[in-house]
Structures are given as structure tokens and as C-alpha cells.
Unconditional design. Structure first.
Length: 180
């Protein structure tokens, strides 16, 4: 078995493509923001499949980022900041900062998945997390205006992460149309 942090793939030694994982729960207010960012990026990043939407258990993340050089995760956070505030954190060996390690509406939190990945040495080479401060989680509701307003700026930041990594489709137009 190869070390995923080395960017290897146990089949052929090649790194898996970079991926964006938008986390959230549809129609649960601000918790949908990770999904909204993923949708904004779907037609703007390459290769196909580079953008995933998940509301799943945090342990699934270990499999999704296995063997990848770059993984960007976008999720709603509650750290006490103003709704719509964007936090960026690149994971290393240290625990996630308090705003990113709060409890989650997902089975286990993103912070718990990262900690497990650190313990099991199952992190991608680079793991970047964008947390968007959220405050409204009512079932059946859409994202609040402040949080929805952060979607496009975060999508542009993620595009830049991909551009620096070499994973941006040269034919895509930054800021272009998104899949519904």
C-alpha cells in the first residue's frame, strides 16, 4: 500500500486528480453552502468528476481524498464570526482551529475526519478547507443572503487553488455558468 500523502495511487503510482468536495445538507439553510459552491464550480473545473457534493458521514472523506495531491473541502462552520465570513485553512499535522472543529450536522464532523486521517496517515498531500460562517439551519430553508453572498467569492478562491495546482480546465471560463 502506498502512502496517500505522497500522492500515490496503490494501482499505478499516479496521483488521483485534484477534487473539490462541497459538504452540506440541501434545504437546511446555511448548511447548504458547501453544495452551492460545488455547483458553482462544476463546469469551471477539470477533469470531469473534480467536483463532488456530499452530505455523507465524515469517514467517507477518507476514501474520497485517498491518493490525491490536492483536496479542497468547502463546508459551513459556526465559529462566532459574522455570517458569510470565509475562513481558509491548510491542514498540516496540527488540529483544526476552533471555528472549523465545531460539531457538525453531518455524522462525524469534518474536524473529526481530519483528525482520523492524521492519525491513520490517510490525508491527501494538500488538504485545504474553506469554512463559511453560518448561522441559520432551519429545515426547509435556503441559505441566508449573507452566506449565499459568499458562494461566488469562495468559488473564485477554489478556482485559484486549482490554477496553482494545474487542475483548471483551460477551456473553462472563470466565473462562467454553473450547473444547476
Amino acid at each position: 500500500m502506498t502512502d496517500p500523502r505522497a500522492g500515490g495511487d496503490s494501482r499505478d503510482g499516479a496521483a488521483a486528480p485534484a477534487v473539490v468536495i462541497g459538504l452540506g445538507t440541501e434545504h437546511r439553510g446555511d448548511d447548504s453552502v458547501g453544495l452551492l459552491v460545488a455547483r458553482a464550480l462544476r463546469t469551471r473545473l477539470a477533469p470531469p468528476g473534480a467536483v463532488l457534493e456530499r452530505s455523507a458521514e465524515g469517514t467517507e472523506l477518507l476514501d474520497l481524498w485517498d491518493g490525491r495531491d490536492l483536496v479542497v473541502v468547502v463546508d459551513a462552520v459556526q465559529g462566532g464570526g459574522a455570517p458569510g465570513t470565509v475562513l481558509r485553512f491548510e491542514v498540516g499535522g496540527e488540529p483544526l482551529p476552533a471555528p472549523l472543529s465545531a460539531t457538525s450536522t453531518h455524522g462525524i464532523s469534518l474536524a473529526q475526519a481530519v483528525a482520523l486521517g492524521q492519525t491513520l496517515n490517510r490525508l491527501p498531500r494538500r488538504l485545504v478547507i474553506y469554512g463559511i460562517e453560518a448561522s441559520a439551519f432551519a429545515p426547509g430553508s435556503d441559505a441566508s443572503p449573507a452566506v449565499a453572498g459568499a458562494v461566488e467569492p469562495v468559488a473564485r478562491m477554489v478556482e485559484e487553488e486549482f490554477r496553482r495546482h494545474g487542475g483548471l480546465d483551460r477551456g473553462a471560463t472563470p466565473g462562467g455558468p454553473a450547473d444547476a
